[in-house]
Design a binder for this molecule. Structure first.
Ligand SMILES: [Zn+2]
Length: 524
């Protein structure tokens, strides 16, 4: 009898779950129908679904938000009501991600997982974000070749021996990525509208194989080439919002720009132009409903920010692809930690994992990482240093931090070395980090500060003595000399490099941080 009750209870929970999801889908449909508003014969209604800055294919924060299979479900539901529904990605999706660093058949995924998911989701138009060019040329080309959706860029070209040329997709034929794209929408009742798209990306991750043309002149050239061919020109951009606003000032007849890069949602009006950005990692998506009067040429835009959370069902086909990849990730992570989703740290102020902060200032996240590095050697070090470029999540972290988040912060992992070095070299290292502010060689520090009056480096509040020997915890990457060329074990001012063994906390930097954060929670 007891068993039966339990079963019944379980059944009813499942039914409730299902009921909730059905009701939600129903609500979604009703919501969409209500938005349709009885269009007159001259009006055509169409919908754009906007995503930007999506690095993760699976939901984040223990499933609380995001997840591309949920987005696919929302898109399908909308499309069932209005077939003229189109989906856009406004840049930044191939990198960084933890999954992207995992090796399959000896090669890092580097966005392969994202392309596979996006192919299944049937995106209509995507553009480059700055992070697409984190990938080396060879890998970006592989991702382009794997993609089955339409790309566009008006200002980015590939550097070649014969000069700058459009990036291309190599399938049976070579498909050049165009500077513009025209979307023709037909409502089946004689209503038609054609929309020209231009697309520009900010040049913030310069690479030798990439040529960036000026954002504004490229946009205006493309606008001029499009405007007489179409009913209206819109933007799909990846810029800082003040650049989007400047673009709107320079091209005031553009009614609408879908952008990205900021990671937080916004809807900004600049003159006659509406600029929209959704939250990163599909925490939200934008659903834009357009009503265009083909007679009066009037365009109405109704933009709704739509949260993607655990109440939304998953589209099965996309979910299956995501599960295949996350299953791989779980296996790799469980080699290091038993429960990757366990919340190990709660903070009122979110930890700042953004690239711009960690490559330019001492951050609260940099504090925690370097404290953990010192802790991994029982604080028997004078200081700890990690390069800001190791921090790859480029996002604000959730207030409830899980073990998985730590792996997302430092996806390349590595160990922590205990190094004895002369004060002279330590000062040179710190100066080098400071001089390279804005790049990955900028250093996050523990127990090292700057004297506000003289500007000299202090260790534990005292000036660094060039002749004295200090013990400093370094990430092993830093001692390879990639970021700081003279910082290698061969340098004569390095007296000893201690490499931790398998049993020590310092062996794995992610594990060290997880254990350190857990120790803080137990103490308080
Ligand atoms: Zn970006």
């Amino acid at each position: 009898m007891k068993v039966l009750i339990t079963r019944l209870q379980r059944y009813s929970t499942n039914t409730n779950d299902m009921l909730q999801k059905v009701l939600l889908s129903l609500f979604l449909v009703l919501f969409l129908i209500s938005c349709k508003k009885d269009p007159s014969a001259d009006e055509i209604t169409f919908k754009f679904i906007q995503l930007n800055d999506v690095y993760e294919i699976a939901p984040l924060s223990g499933g609380q938000y995001g997840g591309l299979s949920r987005v696919a479900h929302v898109r399908d539901s909308i499309m069932n009501v209005n077939p003229n529904t189109f989906m856009f990605m406004a840049g930044d999706f191939l990198n960084p991600s933890l999954l992207g660093t995992i090796k399959v058949d000896g090669e890092r995924l580097l966005g392969k997982q994202m392309i596979e998911v996006m192919n299944a989701m049937d995106f209509d138009l995507v553009t480059f974000g700055n992070h697409e060019f984190d990938l080396d040329e060879e890998f970006l080309q592989k991702r382009l070749n794997e993609s089955e959706f339409q790309w566009i860029t008006s200002n980015i070209y590939q550097v070649s021996e014969d000069g700058n040329k459009p990036f291309h997709i190599q399938k049976e034929d070579t498909l050049a990525i165009p500077e513009s794209f025209i979307l023709s929408i037909d409502d089946g009742n004689g209503g038609m509208v054609s929309i020209g798209f231009l697309s520009v990306t900010l040049p913030s991750n310069p690479k030798e194989y990439v040529h960036y043309e000026d954002v504004f002149s490229s946009a205006s050239r493309t606008y001029e080439s499009l405007k007489d061919e179409v009913d209206m020109v819109m933007g799909l951009t990846h810029l800082a919002v003040d650049q989007d606003q400047e673009l709107a000032k320079q091209l005031p007849d553009i009614p609408f720009i879908m952008g990205g890069h900021e990671h937080n949602s916004m809807l900004v009006k600049e003159g006659n132009t509406l600029i929209s950005k959704a939250d990163a990692n599909a925490k939200t998506i934008y659903i834009h409903t357009f009503t265009y009067n083909t007679k009066t040429k009037e365009l109405k835009i109704d933009s709704k920010l739509f949260p993607i959370d655990e109440k939304i069902a998953s589209q099965t086909e996309v979910a299956a692809i995501i599960n295949k990849w996350t299953g791989l990730l779980d296996v790799k992570i469980k080699e290091v930690i038993d429960d990757p989703s366990e919340v190990i740290y709660r903070s009122d102020i979110p930890l700042d994992g953004t690239d711009s902060a960690n490559r330019g200032i001492q951050t609260n996240l940099g504090d925690l990482i370097t404290e953990a590095m010192a802790w991994s050697y029982d604080n028997e070090v004078d200081a700890a240093l990690v390069n800001g470029g190791s921090i790859r999540v480029d996002d604000m972290l959730p207030n409830d931090l899980s073990s998985m988040d730590v792996f997302r912060i430092l996806p390349f992992g590595g160990s922590i070395l205990k190094v004895k070095l002369k004060g002279k070299l330590l000062t040179e290292v710190l100066d080098f980090g400071k001089a390279n502010r804005g790049t990955g060689a900028y250093l996050q520090r523990y127990n090292i500060g700057v004297d506000p009056d003289s500007g000299v480096w202090l260790i534990g509040g005292n000036k660094i003595d060039p002749k004295k020997t200090y013990t400093v915890a370094f990430s092993d990457f830093l001692l390879k000399g990639y970021d700081i060329p003279f910082l290698t074990p061969e340098n004569s001012d390095i007296l000893k490099v201690y490499v931790p063994n398998e049993e020590e906390k310092a062996k794995d930097i992610c594990k060290a941080i997880i254990l350190y954060l857990k120790s803080l929670t137990t103490e308080s």
